[in-house]
Design a protein around this ligand. Structure first.
Ligand SMILES: [Fe+2]
Length: 307
């Protein structure tokens, strides 16, 4: 993992593209068998062997992300099957919102309800996934089935670079970045539970045994503090403004095409998407989200096997 005291990108960052492992093309189920094969995989069935070292190394590197491009002519079920094979080789799929969650505009508004932004067509703002203090997925993945009519660009930025620039230009803000502040609780049934929101406090920057942990959700933090009638410290607002401005300046922006699988390290990469529009008569935008746990453990295992 890169030392966040120094900026490591001497060249402008770019999207890291990794080919879809060739073995997947050889063992792809036929289109009429793909739904059943996918169901078997999601039920924990056996995986075809796959070497994911290159992908895994890329995700653990300073770039912290990769985009694989599977053939657009594969059916949705074949694409989902290949996606699950790859992700299960990197760790375990988390099932709290279903192992695969279709991110689509469902006509909801997250500003007037507790609907997640993933059910709207709004810009998400830069964030890391999961507002639950007790749960943080290692990897967040998105498979593009339908890119939509307009907008919806993906945005990625490095939290390590962000921290290095914060230390250079606003070192006085690092202490508040390491203080836990409450975040909105969006678990159904707990939304208005004051004690649950108070207990759901997370710092923006922390470290654990695997290195840097960056957890950023400005919208849900400010909303939680408003619900608790807590004053937002001026330094916290300055920190949020810095993060938003810095990521806007340095982020990678790109469009996903059908068959693209974006996988990002949720501890060191902050992500977002632009607003999008589905047009009448055109296919609605649909990205399949998955959360992967145990990525670090799976890497430790594979590294010891290689040693
Ligand atoms: Fe997200």
């Amino acid at each position: 993992m890169t030392n966040a005291n120094s900026l490591h990108h001497l060249t402008p960052p770019q999207v890291v593209r990794v080919p879809v492992p060739h073995v997947l093309r050889r063992c792809l189920p036929a289109s009429h068998e793909a739904e059943a094969a996918l169901a078997a995989l999601l039920a924990g069935g056996p995986l075809p062997p796959l070497d994911v070292h290159r992908l895994s190394d890329g995700l653990a590197s300073a770039q912290g992300h990769a985009v694989l491009r599977a053939p657009a002519c594969w059916t949705d079920a074949q694409l989902r099957w290949a996606y699950v094979v790859i992700l299960r080789h990197l760790g375990q799929l988390n099932g709290r919102y279903g192992q695969l969650f279709d991110v689509m505009d469902r006509g909801l508004d997250h500003t007037t309800s507790n609907a997640p932004v993933s059910k709207t067509k709004a810009a998400t703002g830069m964030h890391t996934d999961s507002s639950d203090a007790r749960y943080n997925p290692d990897l967040v993945a998105l498979l593009c089935l339908k890119p939509g009519a307009s907008g919806g660009q993906s945005i990625l930025a490095s939290a390590e670079d962000l921290l290095a620039r914060l230390r250079q230009s606003h070192p006085e803000l690092e202490p508040i970045a390491r203080r836990p502040f409450p975040r909105e609780v969006v678990t159904p049934g707990l939304q208005d539970h004051r004690a649950a929101i108070e207990a759901n406090a997370i710092p923006v920057f922390a470290e654990d045994e695997y290195g840097l942990v960056f957890r950023y959700m400005r919208y849900w933090t400010e909303r939680a503090m408003a619900k608790l009638e807590m004053e937002v410290p001026a330094d916290l607002t300055r920190l949020f403004d810095f993060i938003d401005a810095d990521t806007a300046e340095h982020a990678l922006r790109f469009s996903l095409q059908r068959g693209d699988m974006l996988i990002a390290h949720n501890r060191t990469v902050v992500h977002g998407r632009e607003a999008f529009e589905d047009l009448p008569g055109a296919a609605r935008r649909c990205l399949v989200r998955a959360w992967v746990d145990g990525f670090h453990d799976s890497r430790a295992q594979s590294l010891s096997l290689r040693a």
